[in-house]
Write a protein that binds this ligand. Structure first.
Ligand code: NDP
Length: 614
């Protein structure tokens, strides 16, 4: 690997021109409307292949203290911290057949977390678990989700294979009515929305997609009954199959080398190449990470957050390609702490960016033997335009005789799907199996999707109110007119490449709010003035990243080439500062969102602690 060299000014100018041309080649007039949801006639792409059932059960009509929507890490951590606060009656409602969220659904071959497992897996100090690999495979992560759920006794009242369909505030009882697609209609004093940001699979709206007569599925619903094998490979069912895969994002990069090994022939339909940096995954021991010392995981996670948020740190404990490239994450994370003056900073940033991208393009050339294929795999955009990816197996896969890269950039992706295969350019590729690694509807799950209407005080719908005024919250968690509803997620909150850390802090905050309201017999609801003050804090320091994303190649970071939405979307001074701010606010100011109840609160009786598997 060559050491990144700072490019000369004329090289930077040439790169700018090249990036502009590549962007123009890719922007589509239909933008984000090019995709289709995996519902209605495409609902089978989102069906659960991992759980048989669902088992019949009677609809619930009872009352709980807290309803938590979502059984991924956000929901599990909320449940865990509520238990620590002494809240017994907690009901999690989860669409999947078990805990794990994204790690329940994504079981495709090769699935790993690309953030170091020792900082990604939450509650390692609390559970005593030490991950086995630097980057954990999906099943180890899923097992850890279950470990936390068991430790905090969350199975007892969780409704699996159940989707929440509406939330309605009942003024007379000052509770939420929660309705579900299993006929439930129960009440909850508090609701925490932990539905995640990358939840609903999306499909490309390619003409003829419904005509394909071969086998087809989305990577987040892997059909092992058809392919055979496990997430570790061995897909004997593909030995005589011509397989096509659409998509070369973070998922495609992990799945393509596995398919290359097992398929008779693999066609990779690429529209935009990802950046693929060194992975260097390896087994680790407790000694490697200092796991014999108390609080080791918390210290490591905080060290990581500091570095990838732009803060200084004495040591880089994780020392991987995320931390080495941390300076380039500024435009990717709305809450990244930028140091130094504007103009000099932008020039230095562009030079570092170009050096990194040159290094990554050189990596392709050094690995892929066919020069034409190598050229097509080179990414031509700035580092933070697309989600960085990491693999040591991806590029070598293209040196195999049974792998063909089909570049579809000139035609904005595949033009047509037919009964027998895929047409790209002037060629039709006959396929037995077509796999979509085309990602998810971003940031539109749960109450942000419109599919889960939330009616607050006076029957006002949350999204209607936000459509008029833009999102209005305090710290991203609570909104006026929607008492005792707590939202998790990055909106008007903080973000990080290690999102489970953010979720853990959010869960601590949610549980603290509920415990304080319980102790005071109060409702949680910020005033409009408190919301105004928070919006002002967000707006005051909001970084101007709009121009950057407007110049980027299209993708979900810039609404398919249209640029980021205007207005503040996250706390602008970094995740570390945000967590300090929240902690201080809990100590000093939490009372400002606690209002007297008009109806006394009847505490719910916790259900029997029997595992309710549905
Ligand atoms: P992405 O949205 O990142 O990628 C979708 C891919 O499908 C892109 O390559 C896209 O091309 C391609 N595509 C879409 N439509 C077409 C079309 N009509 N023709 C050809 N290609 C098409 O989805 P992923 O599932 O890869 O990743 C989603 C997110 O999930 C990641 O960004 C990451 O945050 C997370 N993730 C995290 C992992 C981890 O290890 N932590 C692992 C996997 C995913 P184009 O780029 O041109 O739009």
């Amino acid at each position: 690997m060559t050491t990144p060299q700072t490019p000369a000014p004329h090289e930077l100018a040439a790169l700018r021109r090249r990036y502009r041309l590549e962007r123009e080649r890719r922007v589509r007039p239909d933008g984000a409307t090019q995709y289709r949801d995996a519902d209605a006639e495409f609902g089978y792409y989102a069906a659960d292949p991992y759980t048989e059932g669902p088992i019949e059960r009677d609809p619930l009509r009872d009352t709980v203290d807290v309803a938590v929507i979502g059984g991924g890490f956000g929901g599990i951590l909320t449940g865990a911290h509520l238990r620590r606060q002494g809240v017994d009656s907690v009901r999690i409602i989860e669409k999947g057949g078990d805990f794990g969220g994204t790690w329940y659904w994504n079981r495709y071959p090769g699935v790993h977390c690309d953030v170091e497992s020792h900082v990604y897996l939450p509650m390692l100090d609390e559970t005593g678990y030490v991950p086995e690999w630097k980057y954990a495979p999906g099943d180890e992560i899923r097992r850890h989700a279950v470990r936390i759920a068991r430790k905090f006794d969350l199975y007892a009242d969780t409704l699996f294979s159940t989707g929440v369909t509406a939330l309605t505030w009942e003024e007379a009882s000052e509770t939420w009515t929660v309705t579900t697609d299993r006929g439930d209609s129960f009440r909850a004093a508090y609701v925490v929305n932990a539905t995640g940001t990358l939840t609903d699979p999306k499909l490309p709206g390619i003409p003829g997609i419904e005509d394909f007569a071969g086998h087809t599925f989305h990577t987040s619903r892997w059909d092992y009954a058809y392919t055979g094998g496990t997430p570790r490979g061995g897909m004997t069912g593909l030995a005589d199959k011509r397989v096509g895969v659409v998509g070369t994002g973070a998922t495609g990069i992990q799945v393509i080398p596995m398919l290359a090994e097992d398929a008779a022939h693999l066609y990779v339909f690429q529209r935009t190449p990802s950046t693929v940096d060194v992975r260097d995954n390896r087994r680790t021991t407790a000694g490697d990470v200092g796991a014999d010392r108390e609080g080791w995981a918390r210290r490591r996670r905080e060290n990581y957050l500091r570095i990838v948020s732009g803060e200084s740190a004495e040591q880089d404990l994780v020392a991987d390609r995320w931390t080495a490239s941390a300076g380039l994450l500024e435009k990717l994370l709305p809450s990244f702490r930028r140091q130094g003056g504007r103009q000099a900073h932008e020039a230095a940033y562009e030079a570092a960016d170009a050096a990194k991208m040159n290094e990554l393009r050189a990596r392709v050339e050094q690995t892929v033997t066919d020069p034409g294929t190598a050229e097509k795999l080179k990414p031509w955009y700035r580092y933070a335009c697309k989600r960085p990816t990491f693999s040591d197996h991806y590029y070598p896969a293209f040196n195999r005789d049974n792998v063909t890269l089909v570049d579809t950039a000139d035609t904005h992706g595949i033009q047509r799907i037919t009964e027998h295969g895929v047409t790209a350019g002037t060629t039709t590729y006959e396929l037995d199996c077509l796999i979509f690694a085309t990602g998810f509807n971003v940031g539109t799950s749960g109450i942000h999707s419109g599919k889960l209407p939330v009616h607050g005080r006076g029957g006002v719908q949350l999204l209607h109110r936000w459509a008029r005024q833009g999102p209005r919250t305090l710290h991203g968690f609570t909104s006026n007119g929607f008492p005792n509803l707590i939202q998790m997620g990055p909106l008007q909150n903080a973000s990080s490449v290690n999102f489970t850390h953010i979720l853990d802090e959010q869960a601590i905050h949610a549980a603290s709010l509920i415990a304080a309201a319980e102790a005071r017999g109060a409702l949680i609801e910020p005033s409009p003035e408190t919301e105004d003050a928070w919006i002002a804090v967000l707006a005051e320091g909001a970084p101007d990243h709009e121009w950057f994303h407007a110049e980027c190649t299209p993708g979900y970071y810039n609404r398919e080439g249209r640029g980021r939405p205007n207005g503040p979307i996250a706390y602008p001074h970094g995740a570390v500062a945000f967590h300090t701010l929240l902690e201080r606010w809990r100590d000093e100011s939490m009372g400002e969102v606690l209002r007297n109840r008009t109806v006394p609160r009847n505490k719910a009786v916790p259900r029997n602690r029997t595992v309710l598997r549905t």
